[in-house]
Ligand binder design. Structure first.
Ligand SMILES: *Cc1c(COP(=O)(O)O)cnc(C)c1O
Length: 381
């Protein structure tokens, strides 16, 4: 028998979550963001469930090729655009739409020989200060692109730094509006947090009288929400947003230890039993992508019952407190199902956000970090 760890992708959850993005931004077309191998879920594994998306957004050219190999004929957007001039040949050949965020990318386009002009997304740096043209340089970049025979339609995009938090999006929206007001073209603004938290408000303001916040996002970009993570955890949970986990990371107990008061567990003796108790040993460690920084107390499900990790996460194993099961008379031993995050066979759910939060990180990182050695299975639906 192989080692019992397994990652299961749930197509019905992907479908549901994508629909949630549509419900929140009903007038917009939806990019399913599948960068980083679909946030660790596997592009090929997710493709069928996400094919009702209006397009796929990613940033690795090899991943764009994989989508075309799946016979996806619809839009594919490179979120960081091309990295060197010859990437434009692939854009021409595979009809990839690409972001233009710096003058070098315009220079490369101007020198590119193509029969078919490219659809580009011109990116404004509206305050994030990562990629994009500053507002003062935006119009000139647009005019230059617009004059190029290599360029067909120009769309306008920006990215929010605080859509999930207190600062919000108003300051960036104002910058975007000011820089783009009289430019034609479709707009692409929202990531998951903006879709869930701001799109409805924005729709209202768009139809309202003198709207100061105009969020006419023709294309929204749904990343983490597609996979069932709450972009603003712990302020709001996946359940609050009606999102379902698209991945379950599960394993089994491969050992059980009975501890006396004062016994310690694992490397560094990081956990000491304050009473007699049983701990279960789970076939999952940091070499599987489970966060080594998950402290004692990190939630975990054993046979659908919520308990906690105790002691240090090691390379191939973690140890869990079996007291909640023992106290409830819930028999469990070697072979018992353990859910690191996702959905147990009993239907109990442990959101990946909670595990990430306990480990001082975010769901994005855990989902993307599931290790190569973990086998994947496709769930039902
Ligand atoms: C990754 C990414 C997204 C998706 O972000 P989520 O928070 O996962 O929804 C949207 N836009 C751009 C430019 C991105 O790079």
């Amino acid at each position: 028998m192989p080692r019992p760890i397994l990652a299961t992708v749930h197509p019905e959850a992907l479908r549901h979550n994508l629909q949630r993005a549509r419900d929140c931004a009903p007038d917009a077309r939806v990019w399913a963001v599948v960068k980083a191998n679909a946030y660790g879920h596997g592009i090929e594994r997710c493709f069928d469930a996400l094919r009702s998306a209006d397009g796929f957004a990613l940033l690795d050219l090899a991943e764009a090729e994989r989508l075309r190999a799946l016979d996806w004929r619809g839009p594919v957007l490179l979120l960081e655009g091309v990295f060197e001039p010859r990437d434009l040949e692939l854009c021409s050949r595979l009809h990839l739409w690409h972001t233009v965020h710096c003058t070098e990318q315009i220079d490369w386009l101007a020198a590119h020989k193509t029969q078919v002009p490219h659809r580009v997304f011109l990116k404004l740096n509206s305050g994030m200060n990562r990629l994009g043209f500053k507002p003062a340089a935006f119009r000139a970049a647009w005019a230059r692109l617009n004059a190029l025979p290599q360029v067909d339609e120009i769309s306008l995009m920006t990215h929010f730094s605080d859509a999930d938090g207190a600062r919000g999006i108003a300051h960036q929206l104002a910058a975007f509006e000011a820089a783009t007001a009289d430019l034609p073209g479709e707009r692409s603004l929202c990531n998951s947090a903006a879709i869930l938290r701001h799109a409805a408000v924005a729709l209202k303001s768009r139809s309202g009288e003198a709207a100061t916040e105009v969020l006419a996002s023709d294309w929204v970009r749904s990343g983490i929400a597609t996979y069932g993570g709450a972009p603003d955890h712990p302020n709001r949970t996946a359940a609050d947003w009606n999102l379902q986990p698209a991945m379950t990371l599960s394993s089994r107990l491969i050992g059980v230890q009975e501890l006396e008061t004062g016994d310690t567990v694992g490397y560094g003796s990081a956990f000491t039993a304050d009473r007699p108790m049983r701990v279960g040993v789970v076939a999952c460690g940091y070499a599987d992508g489970y966060p080594r920084h998950a402290p004692t107390g990190t939630p975990i499900l054993v046979d659908g019952v919520r308990t906690r990790v105790v002691g240090r996460v090691s390379m191939d194993m973690i140890t869990v407190d079996l007291s909640p099961l023992d106290e409830a008379g819930h028999a469990c031993g070697v072979g018992e199902e353990v859910v690191l995050w996702g959905r147990s066979e009993s239907g109990a759910v442990l959101p990946v956000d909670e595990v990430a939060h306990a480990a001082g990180t975010i769901s994005y990182e855990l989902l993307c970090a599931v290790a190569q050695r973990v086998p994947f299975a496709a769930g039902e639906g």
